[in-house]
Design a protein around this ligand. Structure first.
Ligand SMILES: Nc1nc2c(ncn2[C@@H]2O[C@H](COP(=O)(O)OP(=O)(O)OP(=O)(O)O)[C@@H](O)[C@H]2O)c(=O)[nH]1
Ligand SMILES: [Mg+2]
Length: 285
């Protein structure tokens, strides 16, 4: 699977992030809880260097809780500060500020010692497209300060948002990296909605998703599409069966597998299949 998904605005956004980093006290790096490794920019360590950083596994509500727990343990085991949350649910501010304040304590103390008058902490909110950066900012701000939407590419430029007296958040456009070598990574990005739907084959992403579902969540397939769906069959057979169940028919009774793929992706993205994780810490790729 190869797509052109590094438009000019992303290259510009990356340059701007480099420029602005010197003003930033802490980075909130959002990844998708359903695929925390594949949705994390491999350049982020190079980009954010020694900045204080919290990795946020967002959309926790759409992921498999047991797998999310394993990811948190793996990340923390590597010395990464990590927290899982759902940016669009209540209680986000408390959960995040507990981690952030612990990290910032030393910095605040250093300011105090150097006689620097207290100023708001500046946090950069970074992550791939559609991962929930603007939603998180709105949750922290307690108001609709940033535009959000159920497709990638909503935020186009940087925008500072003041949250109370103590915190300023910088919203940024979602960033993908120029080259994605592993096709499974590309498929996870496509399935979670980080890439515009026009840029990949829905059927390819759906077959990938069915592979995961067959292996780890066959009961969810039966529950959603009927006890008789052939979870033991091949991916294409399964997709046909889903299409038949959902009335995705063309003239002559042929099954529109492109429509069936869209149904499956929609069900996955909106949580209709329950919490599903697309990768585990032990996965190789
Ligand atoms: N289920 C669920 N949906 C979420 C969560 N957080 C955000 N969303 C949804 O994800 C979609 C994308 O959210 P945005 O906040 O616009 O994402 P963004 O990272 O700012 O995206 P860009 O600006 O395009 O880079 C919206 O439809 C949100 O409602 C979450 O925790 N759970
Ligand atoms: Mg945004």
């Amino acid at each position: 699977m190869s797509v052109q998904w590094f438009p000019g605005h992303m290259a510009r956004a990356r340059r701007k992030i480099r420029e602005i980093l010197k003003w930033i006290d802490i980075v909130f790096e959002l990844v998708d809880a359903r695929a925390p490794r594949s949705t994390r920019n491999p350049e982020s360590d190079a980009l954010f260097g020694e900045k204080l950083r919290v990795v946020i596994l967002n959309k926790e509500d759409l992921a498999d809780p047991a797998v999310t727990k394993a990811w948190l343990e793996a990340l923390r085991g590597d010395g990464t500060e990590a927290v899982a949350l759902s940016a669009d649910r209540r209680g986000v501010a408390g959960k995040l500020s507990a981690v952030a304040e612990r990290l910032l304590a030393a910095k605040r103390e250093a300011w105090r010692r150097r006689g620097i008058r207290s100023r708001p902490v500046r946090a950069l909110v970074a992550g791939i497209p559609n991962v929930g950066k603007s939603t998180l900012i709105n949750a922290l701000a307690g108001r609709s300060a940033a535009a959000t939407g159920d497709r990638p590419g909503i935020t186009r430029g940087q925008q500072w948002i003041r949250v109370g007296l103590d915190l300023e958040l910088l919203d940024t456009p979602g960033l993908l990296w120029p080259k994605i070598d592993d096709p499974r990574v590309a498929l996870r990005l496509a399935a979670t909605g980080a890439v515009k739907d026009e840029l990949f084959e829905a059927e390819e992403a759906a077959l990938f998703l069915l592979d995961v579902l067959k292996r780890h969540y066959p009961d969810r397939l039966r529950r959603r599409y009927g006890a008789d769906v052939p979870v033991e069959g091949s991916g294409p057979e399964l997709l046909e069966a889903i299409g038949r169940k959902r009335g995705c028919l063309a003239e002559g009774g042929r099954i529109r597998t492109d429509r069936a793929a869209a149904v499956l992706l929609h069900d996955f993205r909106t949580g209709k299949l329950g919490g599903i994780s697309l990768e585990r810490p032990s996965d190789e790729g």
